[in-house]
Design a protein around this ligand. Structure first.
Ligand code: GTP
Length: 201
């Protein structure tokens, strides 16, 4: 199989028929303190969970690679996500600093037991709209082991998510529910965007 260099941050290996690509993409966990950002990434990357709450200090970057098959395009992508988890701090600081610079995917996390944390989705949408390119985004209602999503008031969330085509998933870092699914959904959206850009003349 022939190897080619691709865009910045990506190595491309290709042949004319079946193609295989390696991409490295920056994604950020965004949400209020204590919603479970660190726990989700620990569950996803190491498959572990801890009840202790140690607020994140500084920014932590964790890398996880997984394969995505796109049979309709005769394509396989080895996607490395560089998952950025920033210090437990207010949203304003998150949007003001350099943390989100070069963002290629957003995992917005809210705590299903604290409706006031749901509004982070609106902040992220507003931020994305100021960026030169669309940012693939998913919205996670974490701690679904503690509350039933069907009883939460999600009207505003659903209106915004439908309008912006943002998938909304209940997750639990504690039980692992939908954690893998959430990251692979985002991965697929990132690869779709990359694929569309690639096809542009
Ligand atoms: P900051 O670093 O302060 O921004 O917090 P964070 O968003 O990274 O939250 P963290 O992962 O540290 O979790 C906060 C607390 O919630 C911890 O006590 C976790 O054990 C707990 N927690 C996280 N996810 C879940 C979950 O899915 N279910 C339950 N029951 N508790 C959770």
């Amino acid at each position: 199989m022939r190897k080619r260099r691709g865009e910045v941050g990506a190595t491309i290996r290709g042949s004319d028929l079946a193609q295989e690509f390696e991409l490295i993409k920056k994604v950020c966990l965004i949400g209020d303190p204590g919603v479970g950002k660190t726990s989700l990434v620990r569950r996803f990357v190491y498959d572990i969970y801890d009840d202790k709450y140690i607020s994140t200090i500084g920014a932590k970057v964790t890398q996880k690679a997984f394969g995505l098959d796109l049979p309709e395009q005769d394509l396989r992508v080895e996607l490395s996500l560089l998952v950025w988890d920033i210090a437990g701090q207010g949203r304003e600081q998150m949007f003001r600093g350099t943390f989100l610079k070069g963002l290629e995917g957003a995992i917005v996390v809210a705590d299903l037991t604290r409706p006031e944390t749901f509004t982070s989705l609106g902040d992220v949408v507003a931020y994305s709209e100021r960026q030169p390119a669309y940012v693939p985004t998913i919205f996670l209602l974490n701690k679904c082991d503690l509350a039933d999503p069907s009883t939460a008031d999600l009207d505003d969330v659903n209106v915004l998510a439908d309008a912006k085509k943002i998938p909304v998933l209940p997750t639990s870092a504690k039980t692992g529910k939908n954690v893998e699914e959430a990251f692979s959904r985002l991965g697929r959206m990132i690869v779709d965007r990359w694929q569309k850009n690639r096809e542009r003349p």
